[in-house]
Design a protein around this ligand. Structure first.
Ligand SMILES: Nc1nc2c(c(=O)[nH]1)N[C@H]1C(S)=C(S)[C@@H](COP(=O)(O)O)O[C@H]1N2
Ligand SMILES: [Mo]
Length: 519
């Protein structure tokens, strides 16, 4: 093989390594965070770094094609770099690998210095780089073998060492190229969709509510370290769903249909929904899979349109007793019709969460929120259809899998402080947590230390019966090991019982109990 032919193949190997790097990175970005794509980040970094005069020159020369020019320039640069890296690794190992690591390192920096980025955003680029280095090394070794076998004199034919090693090299090259092209293009396309919808979401201005939530009472939030904040920030809000890939819905395309046993079938778009008088309310959402002491719950301020008002327009027929809601990705839930029609309960088609549009993973653009019911029978995210029907006829995603058809939230309580593993000193110690009985209201919380009598905790003010309530108890701790327990009583007079009940089929029961060591 001539030196030029070898260089050409080595350059191709470099391109392949770059392709593999980008494909893995795009796939990682798709799974972790779309904006962590190195292509996107490096492109944006270049736009930020290019001096203003170059920018205006490019714009005056190419007009609105300026982005295309940037992308083509970047592509040419990447191809040249990649080819160089391939040849370097072939001629002067390990300088090719070093080159790839330097370029990957710069891309990682570009990704992690983007606004909003977190440390995990580095993962797709670094994983891509590792994949690229492996393929680069393997392919260079295969190319050397082919070149060596071709040089050693011998018979010509299909079974010769030269032919075998040539086939090995080409198989590796073509196989890896095809795989990374398929994975890379698919992942990039899906990422681009998410990025576009994210941009629409960021630009969305939610309307002011017709009925605003009352201000949170001053005494509702206890300033105790380690206690769950009264309102859960969106980024910390628990997420439970069956979606491997978060559905990405362009609100301009979103429609909600109300169908089934109704006099008038209704269809409504996102802008129409936003134009209706919206209600704002605090509701604590709860997952039925939350274990005693668990964290699958969160409290947020929701903005949305009362579902009962839409149902009133559709006019459900006599005999109907359920609403089967369906999400864009096929999840379903059955909610009692009377709960959704209850004029005393703010069941919402929510568009806002804590003052911003719903995050994509919490149901953007529209989800249901129903105070007092577990999420699996009420809180359908990415909702697209409400079918009025009967419990006799319909079943839903989780009810098909052994969970109860009805899922009212069970009165319960949790100890947040002292948190697990914290060392305590003898003397006054705050025991604190949250208690909830959504749509019913908490009446009393009691704490028990070891097997002493139950003692009443101090309740913080309530936002409303639809939200959890913070509580605390000042305990004078003595040296040694202790057991702390909590139980809540709701407004109906019901007190939590001790016996542990599993989450299946309709929610956990039992007192949250923790062990602490003092001194
Ligand atoms: N489309 C869809 N909506 C869904 C689910 C789902 O799997 N798919 N899970 C439900 C369950 S079980 C719960 S507890 C809540 C959780 O809502 P969150 O992820 O916003 O906290 O969403 C509900 N809505
Ligand atoms: Mo859930």
């Amino acid at each position: 093989m001539t030196r030029r032919r070898e260089n050409l193949w080595a350059a191709l190997v470099g391109l392949l390594a770059a392709g593999v790097t980008l494909a893995i990175a795009e796939l990682g970005a798709l799974l972790l965070a779309p904006a962590s794509s190195p292509l996107l980040a490096v492109g944006s970094l270049v736009i930020d770094l290019v001096p203003a005069w170059v920018k205006s020159l490019v714009i005056s020369l190419f007009g609105t094609d300026d982005k295309a020019v940037l992308l083509i320039t970047l592509a040419v640069l990447v191809v040249a770099l990649a080819a160089g890296i391939g040849i370097l690794e072939y001629r002067r190992p390990p300088f090719g690998i070093a080159g790839l690591v330097v370029v990957g390192g710069i891309a990682t920096l570009a990704v992690t210095t983007r606004a909003e980025s977190t440390a995990v955003w580095a993962v797709p680029t670094v994983a891509g780089m590792v994949g690229g280095v492996i393929v680069l090394r393997l392919a260079v070794v295969a190319l050397h073998r082919w070149s060596r076998d071709a040089a050693s004199a011998g018979p010509v034919g299909t079974g010769t060492p030269a032919a075998v090693s040539r086939r090995g090299f080409l198989t590796l090259l073509v196989g890896a190229a095809a795989a990374s092209a398929v994975v890379g293009v698919a992942a990039r396309t899906m990422n681009a969709g998410t990025t576009a919808v994210n941009a629409v979401r960021m630009a969305l201005k939610l309307p002011k509510p017709a009925v605003a939530a009352a201000p949170i009472p001053a005494g509702a939030s206890l300033a105790i370290d380690g206690l769950a904040p009264l309102v859960t920030p969106n980024k910390d809000f628990y997420r439970i769903d069956t979606a491997l890939q978060v559905p990405v819905i362009d609100p301009a395309q979103w429609r909600l249909r109300i169908t089934g046993m109704v006099e008038n079938e209704i269809e409504i778009g996102f802008d129409e929904l936003l134009a209706l008088p919206l209600v704002e309310t605090y509701v604590t959402l709860m997952c039925v899979s939350n274990e005693v002491g668990g964290s699958l719950t969160g409290n947020a301020k929701w903005l949305g349109y009362p579902i009962r008002d839409l149902l009133a327009r559709a006019k459900p027929a006599k005999g109907a007793d359920v609403v089967l809601s369906t999400s864009q990705d096929g999840f379903t839930a059955t909610t009692p019709l009377e709960v959704l029609q209850d004029t005393e309960r703010d069941s919402l088609l929510a568009v806002g969460m804590n003052g911003e549009a719903l995050p994509l993973e919490h149901g953007y653009p529209v989800r249901m929120v129903v105070p007092g019911l577990y999420g699996y029978v009420s809180a359908t995210k990415w909702v697209v259809e409400l079918k009025v029907s009967t419990f006799a006829k319909e079943s839903a995603y989780w009810t098909d899998r052994g969970w109860s058809a009805k899922g009212p939230v069970k009165t319960s309580s949790r100890i947040d402080v002292p948190s697990f593993g914290v060392s305590l000193e003898p003397g006054p110690v705050a025991i604190a947590g949250v208690a909830w009985a959504q749509h019913v209201g908490i009446e009393r919380v009691e704490v028990r230390v070891d097997n002493d009598p139950w003692q009443e905790a101090t309740l913080a003010e309530a936002i409303s019966a639809d939200t959890w309530r913070q509580w605390f108890f000042e305990w004078v701790a003595t040296s040694g090991d202790h057991t702390l327990e909590v139980r809540a009583t709701d407004v109906t007079g019901f007190t939590q019982t001790e016996e542990r009940v599993d989450v299946v089929p309709n929610g956990a029961e039992g007192w949250h109990t923790i062990q602490v060591r003092v001194g």
